[in-house]
Design a binder for this molecule. Structure first.
Ligand SMILES: [Ca+2]
Ligand SMILES: [Ca+2]
Length: 84
């Protein structure tokens, strides 16, 4: 059987959201609310402790927003999500 529907591949490429940004919340945000909870952080960075999380949560609201995540990544506290 010949496989000759290259347009499908092109369409799926076009429809791929630009999520692979390498830094920021990205795919670690499992529920897509724009914030990372301790659970979401540990899902991608299991070595992060609650002490680490609290030190990254600079406004102490219990979640990490995009700025807090980027700051943590810049300081090397949290690895940027893998994009492979
Ligand atoms: Ca979330
Ligand atoms: Ca916060």
């Amino acid at each position: 059987m010949k496989f000759r529907i290259p347009s499908l591949a092109a369409i799926s490429l076009l429809m791929t959201p630009a999520l692979a940004v390498g830094q920021g919340i990205g795919e670690a945000d499992a529920n897509g609310d724009g914030f990372l909870t301790m659970q979401e952080v540990q899902a991608v960075n299991p070595e992060i402790t609650i002490e680490d999380f609290n030190s990254m949560d600079s406004n102490a609201d219990g979640v990490l927003d995009e700025a807090e995540v980027k700051a943590a990544q810049d300081m090397g506290l949290m690895e940027a999500p893998s994009t492979d």
